[in-house]
Design a protein around this ligand. Structure first.
Ligand SMILES: Cc1cc2nc3c(=O)[nH]c(=O)nc-3n(C[C@H](O)[C@H](O)[C@H](O)COP(=O)(O)OP(=O)(O)OC[C@H]3O[C@@H](n4cnc5c(N)ncnc54)[C@H](O)[C@@H]3O)c2cc1C
Length: 407
């Protein structure tokens, strides 16, 4: 099959770009290895709700028009909205087509897929920032408890009975720990570097302030340390209907036992560093800085800060993996990209796609949807639209120079 442009991945990024290319009259196809919004459907827990409010989740050409702008959509509702979006704009999505190789040719790219060969003048990698689950310790050394990544967790009832160790206290880790504790499980939460933020501040959702102050749209080139920013943990937030905070304080109130980072995994036990206090203090300081910035922005006179999280009286230094007290381990330890199928010339030494604002060093090869691609909200639903418009303009310029016919 020949197309002028092939987009790989039909999540929000691939669909947003498809809309922009469609508006510009550029022939293209979106190749998706599963279904539209596959990552949301099959790589997250059942009760997941977006943590961004509805008003913030607009895609190009599709502002939020529902009756609950401040609400938080369930993942099922979000997948439905992606399907509607694709249908509304006639997105040319080919589902169940996995791209297994992309190679440069004389006038574009040759793609090998599970459904035959494709060619295109331009290719866009929109396969997601949260692509390959990362577990920092070899799961093979773990004997006894079930050991899974957060992307494999579904619900408390689908885990073996008994205690659960959740590793990682960013958005996935705290939400999973919260759900398990509410289901009556013993939960130990291993806490590393994290970002604490209140759900609402000065009467508004925290994202209202982050957007109003321009922080969500902050450009990569305006940051002192863009690589450091890309590695920042996700926000400790949840999109609960009651807008409640979910953080280390609320989890302790539910009986969750906090401890430090995982230091080592042996045959018989798992050991933790004694660094919980240090991570909690860093998170408090960071939260205070940001809330201070918001207060200065609003001109609020009364200094007020959320209660600092209390340090637990005791923290486990290790847990036995053989005495049956911990029956499951959930690693909420983040993601990497899995791009081994892509033209090697496009990859940096770290295996990541090398690009400037989504434009790679290979003419005609682009990226979209990755964290801090162009700005802080590049991998957020509401942030991908502006990037998609910019990449569509880059593609249009490339085609003007190289011909608009299919390769
Ligand atoms: C648990 C969780 C909750 C999140 N909550 C929010 C939130 O509330 N608000 C928010 O703004 N952001 C949220 N995010 C961040 C971000 O919005 C999501 O990660 C989102 O899925 C990214 O969209 P995307 O289109 O870039 O990538 P994805 O949704 O990952 O889509 C990529 C698509 O590419 C397909 N694909 C991959 N490889 C291939 C291949 N070789 N061939 C063909 N197809 C391929 C995949 O099947 C997938 O459908 C969350 C992330 C996670 C992990």
């Amino acid at each position: 099959m020949r197309r002028v442009v092939v987009i790989i991945g039909a999540g929000q990024a691939g669909l947003a770009l498809s809309h922009c290319l469609g508006q510009a009259g550029i022939d293209h196809a979106v190749l998706e290895r599963g279904r539209i919004g596959e990552r949301w459907r099959s790589q997250s827990w059942r009760s997941l709700r977006l943590l961004t409010p509805n008003w913030l989740n607009a895609l190009p050409g599709s502002p939020y028009e529902g009756g609950d702008p401040d609400g938080f959509m369930s993942k099922g509702a979000f997948v439905e909205s992606l399907e509607r979006y694709a249908w509304q704009w006639h997105a040319p999505v080919e589902t169940n087509v996995e791209v297994t190789s992309v190679k440069r040719t004389g006038d574009g790219f040759a793609l090998r897929t599970g459904a035959g060969e494709w060619s295109a003048r331009a290719v866009v990698v929109a396969t997601g920032h949260c692509d390959r689950p990362v577990i920092p310790f070899s799961a093979e050394t773990l004997r006894g408890p079930l050991s899974i990544h957060a992307s494999q967790y579904r619900s408390p009832g689908e885990l073996p009975g008994g205690g659960v160790l959740v590793v990682g206290a960013s958005s996935s880790g705290v939400q999973i720990a919260d759900e398990l504790a509410r289901a009556g499980r013993r939960v130990v939460l291993s806490v590393g570097k994290h970002t604490r933020l209140p759900r609402t501040w000065r009467g508004q959702d925290i994202f209202f302030w982050l957007c109003a102050m321009g922080l969500m749209a902050q450009r990569r080139e305006d940051l002192a340390n863009p690589e450091g920013a890309r590695r920042q943990p996700s926000l400790q937030l949840a999109g609960r209907p009651d807008r409640a905070d979910v953080d280390l304080a609320t989890l302790q109130a539910l009986g969750v036992e906090l401890t430090g980072r995982v230091r080592g995994v042996g045959d018989r036990e798992i050991a933790f560093a004694g660094d919980l206090g240090q991570h909690m203090a860093a998170a408090e300081a960071k939260q205070a800085r940001l809330l201070g910035q918001i207060d200065r922005f609003t001109g609020a006179a009364t200094p007020y800060r959320p209660e600092p999280v209390a340090m637990p009286a005791a923290c486990a230094e290790q847990l036995s993996l053989t005495d049956g007290s911990i029956r499951s381990i959930i690693w909420a330890t983040g993601y990497a990209r899995s791009l081994g199928w892509l033209e090697p010339l496009a990859l940096g030494a770290d295996g990541e796609l090398a690009h400037q604002g989504g434009v790679t060093c290979l003419p005609g090869l682009y990226a979209l949807g990755f964290r801090f691609l162009r700005k802080r909200d590049s991998n957020f639903i509401g942030g991908v639209g502006a990037d998609a418009e910019a990449i569509a303009a880059e593609i249009s310029r490339h085609l003007d120079c190289n011909g608009r016919k299919a390769a």
